[in-house]
Write a protein that binds this ligand. Structure first.
Ligand SMILES: [Zn+2]
Length: 70
């Protein structure tokens, strides 16, 4: 399946910087400020949240504007 080839990629644009999917328009938006006791804990929580959302998103639900020209 197409979805198996997707990867988490670092995206850097003028208005957005962060993790995104290589196969669709999905991008990771942290929900609220990440809190933790230390910078390490914050990073771990951020990565956990990111990986969880990346794994659970469905590429078909985030079509790229350029992929389906109408
Ligand atoms: Zn995707």
């Amino acid at each position: 399946m197409e979805a198996m080839r997707r990867k988490l990629v670092w995206l850097k644009k003028e208005k957005f910087q962060g993790w995104a999917c290589s196969e669709c328009a999905w991008a990771f938006n942290p929900i609220g400020p990440v809190v933790g006791q230390s910078i390490v804990e914050m990073m771990q929580r951020y990565e956990q949240q990111r990986d969880k959302e990346f794994t659970s998103h469905v590429c078909a639900e985030h079509p790229r504007a350029t992929k389906n020209p109408r």
